[in-house]
Design a protein around this ligand. Structure first.
Ligand SMILES: *[C@@H]1O[C@H](CO)[C@@H](O)[C@H](O)[C@H]1NC(C)=O
Ligand SMILES: *[C@@H]1O[C@H](CO)[C@@H](O)[C@H](O)[C@H]1NC(C)=O
Ligand SMILES: *[C@@H]1O[C@H](CO)[C@@H](O)[C@H](O)[C@H]1NC(C)=O
Length: 245
């Protein structure tokens, strides 16, 4: 029952707005302090992006076998998430790798503590935002533009003060691009994957948290927006404020 309610809530958000389920881009590789942890290692990747509830799975099944690796990450480490258009990885001949350049929008990272980072059930986790890259008005660029400029790589830090333990890292893109191709309807591509982390060191600060679904609403200014007209002068990334130590 809980699962059905979860699904219904997310589908409601999508059905308010229109929805697509094509393959766009998949976060598939993590680097910790510059060290490559391996392609598809420790990340729950689907075969295609599509309808996402929390970390994929369910109606957007995982690519099999699901990695059972749990990536060790010292608190405070710099991590780099790498996205590509398909699970085959970087493809310089593919103009839509790492993602089609029309897919403008923010890039966002969350963490949630979890008893066992490889457990199947991800409902009821308590998420906190650790990083976001929305819109820079001075040069009219989005987080996705910077992701493309960096060949699919997105770098941010794991907070230094959070308790050691197992976590999921949810790394997400909300593409807001298609409003003009679908007149009268907002049309989104939501894509995210979750990496399985063992955070070591750290401290004892417990960030305040949000739930998925629940952290976003169709009425959020960062979700209901026409990114082409009028010119975007400010953009509020959806979800809570970024947690800082
Ligand atoms: C963690 O979850 C996985 C997948 O469900 C399971 O195989 C493993 O036994 C669990 N580990 C512990 C310590 O409970
Ligand atoms: C836009 O401006 C920001 C801030 O000055 C800069 O970091 C970024 O490289 C510029 N270009 C893009 C594509 O984001
Ligand atoms: C831009 O800022 C105004 C005033 O604070 C706010 O009402 C609006 O929702 C913001 N727009 C976006 C897209 O965040």
């Amino acid at each position: 029952m809980a699962r059905k309610l979860t699904l219904a809530t997310d589908l409601l958000l999508f059905s308010i707005s229109g929805f697509t389920a094509f393959a766009h881009t998949i976060f598939q590789e993590l680097y910790v302090n510059g060290v490559d942890q391996g392609h598809l290692t420790g990340i729950r990747v689907p075969d295609y992006d599509g309808v996402h509830l929390i970390c994929n799975g369910g109606i957007n099944p995982y690519h099999q076998p699901i990695s059972q690796a749990i990536i060790p990450v010292p608190a405070g480490a710099q991590v780099t998430a790498e996205w590509h258009h398909t699970l085959a990885g970087a493809d310089p001949t593919d103009p839509a790798d790492p993602i089609d350049s029309s897919h403008k929008g923010p890039v966002i990272s969350y963490l949630a503590a979890i008893p066992n980072a490889t457990q199947t059930d991800v409902t009821g986790l308590k998420w906190f935002k650790i990083w976001e890259d929305g819109y820079i008005a001075s040069n009219q660029t989005w987080g996705v533009d910077r992701l493309i400029a960096n060949k699919g790589k997105v770098t941010f830090n794991i907070p230094s003060c959070i308790p050691a333990g197992q976590y999921l890292l949810r790394h997400e893109i909300i593409a807001l691009h298609a409003a003009t191709s679908y007149p009268g309807a907002q049309f989104y591509v939501w894509t995210m994957e979750c990496a399985q982390l063992q955070i070591t060191g750290g401290g004892s600060t417990e960030p305040s948290t949000v739930n998925f679904p629940g952290a976003y609403a169709g009425t959020d200014p960062g979700i209901t927006i026409n990114i082409y007209y009028p010119l975007v002068t400010n953009y509020t990334v959806p979800g809570p404020d970024v947690f800082t130590c």
